[in-house]
Design a protein around this ligand. Structure first.
Ligand code: ADP
Length: 161
């Protein structure tokens, strides 16, 4: 039986922190499915198509990694795709508090699924998508926080808030 992990998030945009978690998790799983959640209540900064294309580009050399988009409950997607693991990154104690309740609720709803947490490597603890968006919004250069080959300004306009 294949060990399939789902890595859910908004990836608005993907950062070096996300990239690092996926690369470090690769030896643990046969497949990692990066799942971009579509939240009708929360308008994204970057368009969905761009967010997906950037992730596909970053992980093109890794056939074990794929990308999907989804609406609804993460555990429902796990069940649909046969993923028994949810992968999440932990940066801070605030992340932990948030992840604990989601992880416990998910476990209650879908007992077969285990959430697997990887601690951030110290150099990426401060990297997050929100700060990247703020840098872009104010015309700054966020390239050092973004994976190689991703050009946030290439041929796209951030979606209107
Ligand atoms: P969400 O909106 O669900 O928090 P994100 O796209 O912000 O989605 O993050 C997806 C996952 O990646 C989460 O588990 C988050 O903790 C993790 N993550 C985000 N940034 C980093 C980072 N710098 N280092 C490690 N993990 C990270």
């Amino acid at each position: 039986m294949k060990r399939i992990a789902l890595f859910p998030g908004s990836f608005d945009p993907i950062t070096k922190g996300h990239e690092s978690i996926v690369l470090r998790a690769l030896p643990l799983f046969d497949n990692i499915i990066i799942a971009i959640g579509i939240n009708e209540q929360k308008k994204s900064f970057f368009p969905l198509g761009e967010r997906k294309a950037w992730i596909e580009k970053v992980f093109a050399p890794y056939p074990a990694v794929s990308v999907v988009t989804y609406e609804g409950l993460t555990v429902d997607l796990c069940e649909k795709l046969g993923a028994k693991y949810i992968l999440r990154g932990l940066r801070t104690s605030a992340d932990f508090e948030f992840e604990r309740s989601i992880g416990q609720m998910n476990k209650k709803m879908f007992p077969d699924v285990e959430t697997v947490f990887l601690l951030t490597t110290p150099e990426y603890t401060a990297v997050n998508s929100y700060i990247v968006r703020e840098i872009i919004r104010h015309g700054g250069d966020a390239s050092s926080f973004i994976p190689e080959g991703v050009n946030l300004s290439s041929g796209m306009q951030p979606a209107k808030e």
